[in-house]
Design a protein around this ligand. Structure first.
Ligand SMILES: NC(=O)c1ccc[n+]([C@@H]2O[C@H](COP(=O)([O-])OP(=O)(O)OC[C@H]3O[C@@H](n4cnc5c(N)ncnc54)[C@H](O)[C@@H]3O)[C@@H](O)[C@H]2O)c1
Ligand SMILES: [Fe+2]
Length: 400
C-alpha cells in the first residue's frame, strides 16, 4: 500500500479509536432460555412477532419450544423460514413483506448468523423504509431505532447477537457487504445451549473457528481496549478448552454452553475492535461462491496470520498463553508460531482443508477489490495491504 493511503487508513482508524468511548455501544440483555421470550414481548407491549429462521432449523423442530411458549401466552407470530446461508437482499425483502402484511411489531432472529443478520437487516429497512440496503453499507447509516429485536443464536460462531453488524449479499451482483450501526445491536440475546445441540460436527467446527477468528482479529488489531482484550482472551481460552471436545461429542451441554459464551465474548470483542483481512477475504468468497462463512475463515486464518509476520508475535504469544499452549516464559516467536500451528492442526482434525477450490483466477481482481473496500480504511489491521497485495491470498487458497 502506498504511503498516502496508509496515512489515510491509520488517521481514519485513530479517529475512530479516539471516538470509541463516546460512541453509543451497548450490550443486549442476556437470557438463558427461550422461555424468557413471552415476558420480553409482553413487557414491550408488542402484538405480533416475526420469527426469522431457515428451513433446516424449522425441520429439526428447533423453534418448537419457542412456539409452545408463545402459544401458551397467546402471543401471535409468523415465521419466515427461507433464509439461506450468506443471506441475500431477496431474503430481507421477502421477510420484510411478511412483517408488513401481518402487522408485526417485533422480530426474532432464530438461527445462525444468517438468520440473525437477516432479522437485523429487516429491522433496518423498517427503521429506514426509503433507504436501500446497499445505501446502508459501511458504518453509521441507520441512526434510527429498530423495532424490538431478539437474537437466538443456534450456532456458536458469529456473535451476531451482540454485534452492530449485519452482513448481506446482493442477490444480483453477489457482492457481500457489512452494514454497521448501533441500532443493529439486538435488544435481547438468548444464549440457550439446547438450541445448539443439533449442530453436526462440521458446522460446529467451522462456526467455532469463526468465533476464534473474531477473537484473534480483534485482539491483533490496533484498536483494542482493556475490555475487548479481556473478552478476546477469554473467548480463545474457552474455544481451545471446548471446541475439540464438542466436535467429537456434540451432546455435552457444558461444552455447548461454553462455546456459546465464547462466541458471545468474541462478538463483544470484535464489535468494538473490528475484524481484519481474514473476514474481508471470507466475505468476498461467501458472496461470490457461497462458501460458508466459518469454513472460509478457518481456511484463510493461518495464511493471513503468517503474512502479518513478526509484527503480531507479541500478541499471538498472549493468545497462545490464554489457549494453554505456551507459557509466559516461552520465547515470543516460538509461542506465536505454535499458535498458528495449532490452528492448522485443529483445521486438519476437523476435516477443514487448506484451499478453496471454487476460486476462479479471473475473479481475483474483483474479489480482492471487494476485500480492500471492506477492510480499508475501517479495519485497524496490524499490517496494511491494498487490493494488489491481497490478491496473493486468493492464489494461495487456489493452490493444492
Ligand atoms: N453480524 C455479525 O456480526 C456476523 C459475524 C460473523 C458472521 N456473520 C455472518 O453470519 C453468517 C454465517 O452464520 P453461521 O456461521 O452461524 O451459519 P448459518 O446461519 O449460515 O448456518 C449454517 C448452516 O447451519 C445450519 N444450522 C444452524 N444452526 C443449527 C443447529 N443448531 N443445528 C443444525 N443445523 C444448524 C443452518 O441451517 C445452515 O444450513 C454469514 O453470512 C456471516 O457473514 C455475521
Ligand atoms: Fe465471522
Amino acid at each position: 500500500m502506498n504511503r498516502i493511503k496508509k496515512l489515510y487508513c491509520r488517521t481514519f482508524q485513530t479517529g475512530l479509536k479516539i471516538a470509541l468511548p463516546f460512541l453509543p455501544y451497548r450490550k443486549p440483555k442476556i437470557s438463558k432460555s427461550v422461555k424468557a421470550i413471552p415476558d420480553i414481548i409482553k413487557k414491550h407491549k408488542c402484538s405480533r412477532t416475526l420469527i426469522i429462521t431457515d428451513k433446516a432449523i424449522l425441520k429439526l423442530g428447533l423453534t418448537k419450544r419457542l412456539e409452545r411458549c408463545l402459544d401458551a401466552e397467546d402471543i401471535s407470530y409468523v415465521i419466515y423460514d427461507k433464509t439461506v446461508p450468506n443471506p441475500t437482499t431477496v431474503n430481507v425483502a421477502d421477510a420484510l413483506e411478511l412483517y408488513q402484511e401481518n402487522g408485526c411489531d417485533a422480530i426474532i432472529g432464530f438461527g445462525g448468523g444468517s438468520c440473525i443478520d437477516c432479522a437485523k437487516a429487516v429491522g433496518a429497512r423498517i427503521a429506514k423504509p426509503r433507504q436501500s440496503l446497499a445505501k446502508m453499507k459501511g458504518i453509521l447509516k441507520i441512526h434510527r431505532k429498530l423495532p424490538l429485536l431478539i437474537a437466538i443464536p443456534t450456532t456458536a460462531g458469529t456473535g451476531s447477537e451482540t454485534t452492530l453488524a449485519a452482513v448481506i449479499t446482493d442477490d444480483l451482483t453477489r457482492h457481500k457487504y457489512a452494514i454497521n450501526d448501533f441500532p443493529l445491536i439486538p435488544r435481547y440475546a438468548i444464549l440457550d445451549p439446547k438450541v445448539t445441540l443439533s449442530m453436526p460436527p462440521f458446522i460446529t467446527a467451522t462456526t467455532g473457528m469463526d468465533a476464534l477468528t473474531h477473537a484473534i482479529e480483534a485482539f491483533i488489531g490496533n484498536s483494542t481496549t482493556y475490555g475487548t482484550r479481556k473478552d478476546a482472551l477469554l473467548a480463545v481460552k474457552l474455544i481451545f478448552e471446548n471446541l475439540r471436545d464438542v466436535y467429537h461429542d456434540g451432546s455435552n451441554i457444558d461444552n455447548r454452553k461454553n462455546m456459546l459464551h465464547a462466541s458471545y465474548y468474541a462478538g463483544c470483542a470484535f464489535t468494538k475492535s473490528y475484524v481484519g483481512y481474514v473476514h474481508a477475504i471470507a466475505h468476498s468468497l461467501g458472496g461470490e461462491y457461497n462458501v460458508s462463512h466459518g469454513l472460509a475463515n478457518s481456511i484463510i486464518l493461518p495464511y493471513v496470520l503468517e503474512a502479518y509476520g513478526p509484527q503480531i508475535y507479541k500478541k499471538l504469544h498472549k493468545l497462545a498463553v490464554a489457549a494453554g499452549i505456551a507459557a509466559k516464559e516461552t520465547p515470543q516467536e516460538m509461542a506465536a508460531l505454535t499458535f498458528i500451528q495449532e490452528i492448522k492442526k485443529m483445521n486438519e482434525e476437523f476435516g477443514i482443508g487448506t484451499t478453496i477450490p471454487e476460486i476462479q483466477e479471473e475473479d481475483i481482481p474483483k474479489l480482492s477489490h471487494y476485500a480492500d473496500k471492506e477492510a480499508n480504511p475501517l479495519y485497524p489491521v496490524p499490517v496494511l495491504m491494498d487490493a494488489a497485495e491481497l490478491e496473493k491470498f486468493y492464489y494461495m487458497l487456489m493452490e493444492d
